[in-house]
Structure formats: C-alpha cells, structure tokens
Write a protein that binds this ligand. Structure first.
Ligand code: 3HC
Ligand code: NAI
Length: 699
C-alpha cells in the first residue's frame, strides 16, 4: 500500500500528494503525514515552494466522517492547517475534482490556490450537523466576505471553480487535464517573483453590518425547523468579524465540539452512511449493469410525464406512448412545462430545452415505437387488467434483452411479470410524485427478476440522480405499506378525540415536512379511498375504520385539487385552512360509534405515530422486504418527509431504546391489542438487547 502522504521534488518545488482512496479523507494517518511533510518542507533547503495535491479523482473530500464521535488522535486538523499557514515558505493548494469541508479548509490554509475549471468547492458540514471546524468559518469570510461565506456555509452547497475565482476563493483556474503540472508552473512563478507568503488568517477581520447579520439570523431561524447547525455556523462566522484569527479559531472549535456532541450530528451522519450502504446488495457483487440509452415510457399522466422529464433531463432518449395522439400531445405539453419550470430554476437553458424537445423526446400512440428501447417503464392507470394488457403488448414489441418495468404503487408485480415470456426482465420501478423532483426510487425485485436487471436499475437511479432502495414484493412495498400503517394509527387517534389539525401540527413540530392529512390533501382523498376499497375484502372485524374520511370523499372533498379536503383551500391557495365542518363530521362519527372523546398531548401523538411506523418497519425487515433497517430510514427520509436531522424511524428507535418502543406497544395494546401487536423481530432484538443498527452491519 502506498503511503497516505508522499513527498517528492520537482527541481526546487516540492509536491506533497495525498493518497487515501476513495476520497482522500483526512484520516489520522493523512493528518500525521501532512503535518510531517510540512515540517520536512520547512527544513528542506533544496525546496522553495510546496504544492499540495490530491492523488486520484479529487483533492480532498473532507475530514474522515467515520472518526467522528471517537476520541481524537493528534495532530488535529486545525493543528495541521495552522502548520501549513505558519509555514515560512509558500504553499500552493492544487485542487481538482472536489474540495469539501476539511479539504477546502486545507486549501484555505495554504498561501495560494489553483483549481481545475470544473472543480467543486464547498463546506457541507451543516449537512452533517456540524460547522466547518478547521478554520472554515474564520478564513472563508476573510477571503470572500461575510455574505458570500454565510451563503456557502449555511447551505452547504458547493460552488464551481470559475465562481470561486470571481469571489477570490481561488487565485487561478486551469482548464488542462492535469492540475499537477499547472500547479508546479504556478509555484515556479511564485518562486521567480520572490516567494511571497500570503496567510489567509492575517487578512483583516471581515466586516459585516448589524443589519446583514440580523437578516441572516432571521432567514436561518425560519428555515432551520429544529436544526441547530446552520445557526451555530452563523455565530461562528459572526465571531470572525469581532476576533483575530487565534481567538476566532478557539471560538469556532468550541462551537464545533458542542455540535459534535449533539444527537442531530449522529443522526445526520447515520443518514449519510445509510444512503451509501443502500446500494450495496450482496446479490449484486460482480454483476454488471446493462447499458441504457433509450427509455420507453407508457402513460403520460402525472407519473409518466414526470418520469420522462427526469429521463430526458439526464441525457436519455425517451419515447412516450399514450392511448391516442391527443393524450400524447398533452403529455408532451406537460413535459415542456416541467422543462420551462427547470429553466426558471436555472437547471437548464433554452438551447438545452430545444435540444431535448427536438431530438430526445418523441410522444406517440403506437407501441411499435418502443422496439429499440433498452428499458420500458409502464405508468398507466393502477388497474391489474390494464397493466396486464400493457405487458402482453410489450412482450410482443420490446427487443430481446429490454427491461420491462412497472411503476405500480400496490399491485403484485409477480402477477404482472407472468403475462410475459421473460419474467426475469420484469421489475418494479416505483417513482414518487413529482417524479422529476423526488429523490426516492423503490426498485421492486419480483420473484424471477434477474440480478443483471436489478443492477441496471440501481445504475439507472444513479444516472437519474435518485436514491434507489431495494424492496421485495408486498402490498405497498416499503414506503406505502408503512404509510398505510402509520396513517391508520393517526386515524385511530382522530376517532378517539384528536383533530387531524392537531396531529399535523404535532408532527410538523417534530420536524416532518407535512402532517398526514396535509399529505392526504396533496395526493388527493381519492387515493386514500381507493386504497381502503382495495383492502376492503381483507378487512378484519376489529379494524377501526375511518368512515369519516370516506364521507369527505363522497362529499367531493378530494383535497387541494377540489379546493376542499381535510382542509379548505380558499381561492386556489395551497395553504390549508382548518374547517370546523370537518371537526363536526368527525364528532358525529364518534357519537355514532359511542366513542367518548378524549384529549391527546402532542407528545403522545408523536409517540404513537413513530411507534406504529417502527413496528410495521420491523415486520418489513423481518419478512426480507427491506434488506436492512437503515434502508427503511432512507425510504422515509427521501420519500416521506421524515426529518433528516432525526436520522429516520429506525435510528430514532435505536436512540430511544427498542425496549421503550416495545413498552409503548404494550401500553397502547391495553386499549387495542388487534392493531398494536408487537413485531416478532422487535421482541427478539429487545430480548437480545440489540439495536436495529446491529442488522445494518451484518449485510
Ligand atoms: N469521510 C469518510 N468516508 C467518506 C467521506 C468522508 N469525508 N466521504 C466519502 N466517504 C466514503 C463513502 O462513505 C464511500 O464509502 P463506501 O465506498 O465504503 O461506501 C466512499 O467514500 C465513496 O463515497 P461516495 O460514494 O459518496 O463517492 P462520490 O464520488 O459519489 O462522492 C464526495 C464523493 C463528493 C466526496 C462525497 O463522498 C461526499 O460528499 N462526501 C462527504 C463530504 C463531506 O461532507 N465532507 C465534510 C466532512 S466534515 C469536515 O470536513 C469537518 C471539518 O470541517 C473539520
Ligand atoms: P394518471 O391517471 O395521471 O395517468 C395515467 C396515464 O396512462 C393517462 O394519461 C392515460 O391516458 C394513460 N394510459 C392508460 N392506459 C394506457 C394504455 N393502455 N397505453 C398508454 N397509455 C395509457 O395516473 P398516475 O398518477 O400517473 O399513475 C400512473 C401509475 O403510477 C399508477 O400505477 C399509479 O399507481 C402509479 N403511481 C402514482 C403515483 C402518484 O402520486 N400519482 C406515485 C407512484 C406511483
């Protein structure tokens, strides 16, 4: 294995290379190596300028996240960066690929910065519940000013090198294929001009008016919704305006350590690793993905048009088939509308839109147009009969080797696959609405789906910028199956006395993007009604049925699209208003069932909701529908508005203690031991004093 940090001469320039694949994270050995290399350079009479460069595909991806929460091994990153900055001879950072977090902080500790044109530079620490803790909050505002620094630090979003040049974060941008020779040439120029040292920390304190700081505070308080990191990062930047670098770094470290000790930091880092673990499927080891260039989409309604938009935006050729040409034209208009909205948000320009509409997208009514497609995604009405007919037709026209996918929400994919002579090529690709925006993609693996097809689906998700989660076949797959269960827990609370509005408020205060009733209004009450109808044959006499929700449906209150649902939406507003008529209707249902209304605290609402979620999830893991508990967290975080800074329901359960979750279930079962039956896996884990996370590690 090569040394994590190497030191070599290029005449009187020293090149210090960091080699810690895959992302050159600043692990203890890298920090030690970098520190030693700087000392060596200081004492090296044969060297005038040092260049720090990253080996491999990027500069430095940041501090080593896997070391967080463990005892620190010195030298610490701030010590290493101070050593770089204090160096008596010039140090140049040669940046390519990516410089994130501690990586950018190393670059700012150097005296000069040169970057390849398409390099991304950013301080994403707030996304991990932290702040830049190795000088980032002190040096960045000194280089680019407080306003721009706050914009980068509070969003965590990276900027490209050309923008960094405009802002003064880098000194030079280089378009060549290799940053190293360009950096050495830059170092030689610096040497020829006398080798001036420019320490970022010695730049004057950045200035900021009280108004600017207050504007940022107001903005961040509004967007924080329970998250603490961005506000703390702001306080640290503000300290830079009042303190010299030495005191500023001490203050930054104090705030950084406080964040390091929060459960939010642990939860966000759990989410980070869960999202990377989710694509590691034991069955796919050494299985290659098939190449995909041409995607067919059948049905151009809400989902089909969204899926097609996502595909064309990510470079695929798309053929969309509708029932007739008028519907195909309508779908094209929807897609064009989505692209126009993308232009407004800066996602693409007019020329790219024109290229897509002229060359990448065709919208037709004949299935024959799909004969060259590598992958075909069906998004027609949610009816087994219609879908079976579509798959029979697809089997006839699709080329050999083409993958056939269904976007069904609930239907049995094994049954759909059985309509073809190639069930190994059939799987579910369950997108979420709006499909060109939502990150989650459930890859539903049917009985006979081949590993090559699954591998291709995961690779497709990556190209679409989505997070794929493997699910087995069951009613609702992972996400919607959980949704039906926790929504039932909410409906029970409504029957017993809580109002839907209190439930939504309590869950929003917990951090959910929306409560279940606001979500219901967005999706349409017809969806919930259809689900209940579909499940009617399996209804158990002890199931507690939300007849009041059916009544709203029969009153034509379908949610936002009809201006009325659980909430009122006066004059097309998207902000729901509470409706006393709904309260009255629910009260009538209670009376007819002889239920005496009781009160719920917000705490109890959240406790019941999360407990229901976790209990059903434990069954889903136990049945092998989800591969591991952390996959469940990824589904809830990326598709169902679960607050990321809480890490997902399984992580929350581990933090609370699975014995607490089990005790909740037993307590709730005293009133209703039909709904509240503990999942066997939960009981086993409690008996064995284990956490859900212990199952994450074993796969
Ligand atoms: N520490 C430890 N491991 C890391 C890491 C890090 N900073 N960044 C990535 N990894 C690991 C991933 O877990 C993954 O491991 P695996 O192969 O075992 O699953 C592997 O590196 C590759 O990661 P990706 O799949 O994410 O690779 P990509 O090429 O898609 O993306 C990246 C590369 C843009 C660098 C992306 O990994 C990323 O965003 N990393 C996190 C960056 C970050 O948040 N840095 C700040 C850290 S906090 C900090 O620096 C504190 C400081 O201020 C003191
Ligand atoms: P939709 O009703 O908006 O669109 C369906 C489209 O399919 C219509 O435009 C219709 O003309 C077309 N169609 C019907 N039969 C066809 C055929 N034989 N050939 C070609 N086109 C045909 O429905 P939506 O909401 O887009 O749902 C589609 C599928 O996606 C359903 O299976 C649904 O369960 C699933 N889904 C829906 C989500 C949502 O939020 N709407 C989320 C995830 C999945």
């Amino acid at each position: 294995m090569s040394e994590p940090v190497s030191y070599e001469h290029d005449q009187r320039i020293v090149v210090i290379t960091i080699n810690n694949p895959p992302v050159n994270a600043l692990s203890r050995h890298v920090r030690g190596g970098l520190f030693d290399a700087i000392q060596q350079f200081n004492a090296d009479d044969a060297a005038d300028v040092a260049v720090i460069v990253g080996g491999g595909r990027l500069f430095i991806g940041g501090a080593d996240i896997s070391e967080f929460g463990k005892p620190l091994v010195s030298p610490s990153l701030p010590e290493v960066i101070s050593a770089i900055e204090r160096c008596e001879k010039p140090v140049v950072a040669a940046i390519h690929g990516t410089a994130l977090g501690g990586g950018l902080e190393v670059a700012m500790g150097a005296h000069y910065r040169i970057a390849q044109t398409d390099t991304k530079l950013g301080l994403p620490e707030v996304k991990l519940g932290l702040l830049p803790g190795a000088g980032g909050t002190q040096r960045l505002p000194r280089l680019i000013g407080v306003d721009q620094a706050l914009s980068m630090i509070s969003s965590g979003a990276p900027i490209v090198a050309t923008r960094a040049l405009e802002l003064g974060l880098v000194d030079r941008v280089e378009s060549g294929p290799d940053i190293r020779p360009a950096a050495v040439a830059f170092a030689q120029e610096i040497q020829a001009q006398g080798g001036a040292i420019r320490r970022t920390g010695e730049l004057p304190r950045p200035e900021a008016s009280a108004e600017l700081i207050q504007q940022w505070r107001t903005r961040l308080e509004k967007s924080a919704r329970g998250e603490v990191a961005a506000l703390s990062a702001m306080a640290s930047v503000e300290a830079a305006t009042r303190m010299d670098i030495g005191d500023g770094l001490v203050e930054e470290r104090r705030l950084f350590q406080a964040l390091m000790d929060t459960p939010q930091r642990a939860s966000l880092i759990h989410a980070f690793f869960a999202e990377r673990r989710v694509s590691k499927l034991p069955e796919l080891r050494d299985i290659k993905a098939q190449p995909i260039a041409h995607i067919g989409v059948i049905g151009g309604g809400t989902m089909g048009a969204g899926i097609a938009t996502s595909a064309v935006l990510n470079g695929f050729v798309v053929t969309l088939v509708e029932r007739d040409q008028a519907s195909a034209d309508k779908a094209r208009n929807t897609i064009a509308g989505n692209l126009a909205a993308g232009i407004k948000r800066g996602k693409l320009n007019d020329a790219q839109r024109d290229q897509i509409l002229e060359h990448q997208l065709s919208t037709v009514s004949e299935y024959e147009a799909l004969q060259d497609a590598d992958l075909i995604i069906e998004a027609v009405f949610e009816s087994m009969e219609v879908k079976k007919a579509v798959f029979e037709a697809l089997d006839r026209v699709a080329k050999l080797g083409a993958i056939l996918a269904t976007n069904t929400s609930y239907l049995n994919i094994d049954e759909i696959a059985a309509m073809t002579k190639r069930p190994e090529a059939v799987l579910g690709l369950h997108f979420f609405s709006p499909a060109h925006v939502m990150k989650l993609l459930e890859v539903v693996v049917a009985d006979k789906t081949s590993p090559e097809v699954v591998s291709t689906a995961f690779s497709l998700a990556k190209r679409l910028g989505k997070i794929a989660v493997r699910s087995g076949v069951c009613d609702g797959f992972i996400g919607n199956r959980m949704l039906v269960h926790y929504r039932a827990a909410a409906d029970h609370m409504v029957l017993d006395g809580a109002s839907p509005y209190q439930i939504d408020k309590a869950l929003k205060a917990y951090g959910f993007a929306m409560g279940p009733y606001a979500v219901g209004d967005l999706a349409g009450l017809d969806i919930g009604y259809a689900t209940r109808q579909r499940k009617a044959p399996d209804r158990h006499p002890r199931d507690r049925y939300p007849a009041w929700a059916d009544e709203l449906y029969h009153l034509g209150r379908l949610g936002q699209k009809t201006g009325k649902g659980y909430y009122l939406y006066p004059e097309g507003s998207r902000q729901g208003v509470e409706d006393p008529e709904v309260d009255a209707l629910i009260e009538q249902t209670r009376k007819s069932l002889g239920i005496e209304r009781r009160t719920f605290t917000d705490e109890e609402i959240v406790r019941r909701y999360i407990t229901a979620m976790v209990n059903e999830a434990a069954r889903i893991v136990d049945e092998g529908i989800a591969l591991r508990p952390s996959d469940i967290d990824v589904v809830l975080l990326s598709g169902y508005g679960f607050p990321r800074w809480r890490g997902g329901p399984m992580h929350v359960a581990d933090q609370l203690g699975l014995d607490t979750i089990l005790a909740n279930i037993m307590e709730f079962a005293e009133e209703d031991d039909h709904f509240w039956q503990p999942a066997p896996l939960l009981k086993t884990l409690v008996d064995q004093k284990r956490k859900f996370a212990s199952l994450d590690l074993s796969t």
